[in-house]
Design a protein around this ligand. Structure first.
Ligand code: SF4
Length: 318
C-alpha cells in the first residue's frame, strides 16, 4: 500500500534506485549539556548513550564500525548503498580538524552515498557548516564508470519543541531562537545540506495544540525532513523520576497515532519523514510499555490516515 506521507526509505530509493540504509556511527563526541559547558544534568529524557542511541560502539574506529555494519546490513536486508549517520550525542561538538578527520573516514567506504549528522542547534558555526557542505560532491577515482557524484548530506537538529517553556522544563539548554539561527546559518553556508528536525510528542506540560504549533512552525520554515519521537521514560533518567512522581503522564498509543496524523497533515508534502516510531530500548524502557511495537504503530498511522482520507500536507496553511 502506498504511504500517505513521504517516507524516508522511499525517498532514498527514488534517488539511488536501490535499497539504501543508514549506518549508525559513534565517534565518541560529547555533549555540552552533559559535560558542564551548559549543564551537567542533560536533557531529562537522555540516557547515558546520548539520546535515543541504540547501536554504538565507539571503541571501534569509524572504518571498523562501517565495515562491520555494512556487511551485516547487506546480508540481512539486501542493502546496497549506505549513509553514514553520526547519531549519539552532539556530532559537531569538536574542533573543525577533528570533525573533518571523522567525516572523511565516514565517507571513505565505496558504498557510502551520504552523510547524516545529528547535533544540537547551538553546536554549529559558519566553519562547521561549510565543512559539512563540502561533502556533497565526491570525485571518485575508484571506478571508471563513476567520476563525480553527489552525496546526500543531512544535518539533524534536535529541536524537540518550539516552546521555550518546554525547552526549559526538559533542560535542553537552548532556545527555539537558537534553532531558528541554526537553520538560517545552515541555509546561508550549506546550500547542499538538507535539514531534518527532531521533535518529541508527549512532552510534559504541552497541550495537543502546543505540540501542533511546533509542526506549524516547521511547516512555515519548509523544513526538509523530520523525525518524530514519542517521549518515553528510560531507566535512570530524570524523566523516570518525574514519571514516578506523576509529573509525566505518557501518551496512550491512540493519542500518539492521532497527534502524529495531525502533524503529518500540517507538514508540507515535500518534507521527508525520517521516522515516526522506533523500537526503543526495551531493557531501559520504563514507560509507556507499548513503545516497542514499531510496526504496529506505523500500521495504525497508515490506517488512521486512510480512515480520515487525508495525506501529508492536507492541512498545510491551516
Ligand atoms: S542534547 Fe542530546 S546528548 Fe545532550 S543531553 Fe540532550 S539528548 Fe542527551
Amino acid at each position: 500500500m502506498a504511504k500517505r506521507y513521504r517516507q524516508y526509505s522511499q525517498y532514498l530509493k527514488d534517488i539511488f534506485n536501490c535499497k539504501v540504509y543508514k549506518v549508525t556511527l559513534d565517534a565518541g563526541f560529547g555533549c555540552p549539556n552533559r559535560d558542564g559547558a551548559i549543564s551537567k544534568g542533560g536533557c531529562i529524557f537522555c540516557e547515558d548513550g546520548g539520546s535515543f542511541s541504540q547501536a554504538h560502539s565507539s571503541s571501534l574506529s569509524i572504518s571498523e564500525q562501517l565495515n562491520t555494519s555494512i556487511i551485516k546490513l547487506k546480508d540481512r536486508f539486501g542493502a546496497e548503498k549506505f549513509i553514514s549517520y553520526f547519531q549519539a550525542y552532539s556530532n559537531t561538538y569538536a574542533s573543525v580538524e577533528k570533525l573533518k578527520a571523522c567525516y572523511d573516514e565516514a565517507v571513505s567506504h565505496p558504498d557510502i552515498v551520504g552523510l547524516s549528522i545529528g547535533t544540537r542547534p547551538d553546536c554549529v558555526d559558519e566553519e562547521k557548516i561549510k565543512l559539512i557542505n563540502s561533502y556533497a560532491f565526491c570525485h571518485c577515482e575508484r571506478s571508471e564508470a563513476i567520476q563525480n557524484y553527489r552525496r546526500e548530506i543531512w544535518i539533524e537538529y534536535g529541536l524537540q519543541s518550539i516552546h521555550d517553556k518546554t525547552l526549559k522544563l526538559i533542560n535542553r539548554g537552548h532556545t527555539s531562537a537558537d534553532f531558528i539561527k541554526a537553520i538560517e546559518l545552515t541555509r546561508k553556508f550549506g546550500k547542499n545540506i538538507k535539514i531534518c528536525a527532531h521533535v518529541i510528542i508527549g512532552l510534559p506540560g504541552e497541550t495537543k495544540q502546543e505540540m501542533l504549533q511546533t509542526a506549524k512552525v516547521l511547516a512555515a520554515l519548509n523544513i526538509d525532513g523530520i523525525k518524530i519521537h514519542l517521549l518515553c521514560a528510560l531507566k535512570d533518567t530524570e524523566l523516570e523520576n518525574m514519571y514516578h512522581r506523576k509529573e509525566f503522564i505518557p501518551l496512550s498509543e491512540e493519542d500518539y497515532v492521532d497527534t502524529v496524523c495531525d502533524y503529518l497533515e500540517i507538514l508540507p508534502p515535500e518534507t521527508v519523514i525520517h521516522r515516526l516510531a522506533g523500537n526503543g530500548l526495551k531493557k531501559m524502557l520504563v514507560a509507556p510499555k507499548w513503545l516497542p511495537e514499531k510496526f504496529r504503530v506505523l500500521n495504525l498511522i497508515d490506517r488512521e490516515l486512510e480512515r480520515r482520507d487525508t495525506f501529508q500536507g492536507s492541512r498545510k496553511g491551516d
